[in-house]
Design a protein around this ligand. Structure first.
Ligand SMILES: [Zn+2]
Length: 146
């Protein structure tokens, strides 16, 4: 039995925020928490292999993930500026070089997580209203098969 959250179940309860965020950070399906989000490398699966939740909802769906990535990177850089400015004796150009490297490397590594977080946010706020996708209608969740 997986931790499947059904449509209509108190979708916006405070406990569900941490549950869905935790699942997103572990790159798991926001609905069941068991299905893997990534197929391989940075490529995400089309849907959850366990509960059949469709991950890519529509064309251009991952645009929101770019904002998640951008905002997270900006907070990291701003925090890094203050940490380096007040917590180290590094020279200005060394600090700028470090932060520039973080600004280039972090968003690339964080991209799969930003997509998973975006999916989790979308599922948290609007999941109760998601109509079943054709792939969900064709095959029931694995936990209901017997
Ligand atoms: Zn799932």
């Amino acid at each position: 039995m997986c931790g499947h959250v059904r449509r209509g179940d108190d979708m916006q309860s405070p406990g569900l925020v941490t549950t869905v965020l935790g699942r997103s950070l572990r790159l798991r399906c926001p609905r069941c928490g068991e299905g893997k989000f990534l197929e391989h490398g940075f490529t995400n699966r089309r849907d959850c292999r366990i509960c059949r939740l469709r991950f890519e909802r529509e064309e251009g769906y991952w645009t929101g993930a770019i904002y998640v990535n951008l905002i997270t990177t900006q907070f990291l850089i701003i925090g890094g500026v203050f940490m380096l400015m007040f917590g180290t004796d590094l020279g200005l150009w060394t600090q700028i070089s470090l932060l520039a490297a973080v600004g280039v490397i972090f968003p690339v590594c964080f991209y799969p997580f930003s997509k998973s977080i975006w999916l989790g946010m979308d599922y948290f706020f609007t999941g109760a209203t998601w109509a079943q996708s054709p792939s969900e209608k064709d095959s029931p969740p694995l936990d209901s098969r017997s």
